[in-house]
Design a binder for this molecule. Sequence first.
Ligand SMILES: [Zn+2]
Length: 132
Amino acid sequence: MNTAPRRWRTSAHGFNAMLLIECPWCGPRAETEFSYGGEAGIVRPPDPDALSDAEWADYLFNRANPRGAHRELWNHTHGCRRWFAVERDTVTNQIQRSYTLDGTAPEPGTGSGTASKLTAESDTTSRIGSGG
Ligand SMILES: [Zn+2]
């Protein structure tokens, strides 16, 4: 049984033919407007020279591939072009929530990015645009 809110469902049979992703600024949109950015919460090591080759390779290439809850980075490529994080269940494709990377909760449609703080842990944007 699909327990997702009705607005997340796209078929009468309870499974999603297309994923609806909620941009924190723009609201729910079709997945075709977004680009996937990989696992959220990956932090660049503060001193890469101190790492072994195996540790550096682990940072660069190895990612979690969970069956169930997963935190992901998404970019609203064909919308506000902002990065944000999503908690998605990899089995059901249900999105539990989406949130900004700095922990703020903008009013959807405002594009302001300033509102009350979420209690969620904030992700870092260090792996985006850090360029090495
Ligand atoms: Zn957006």
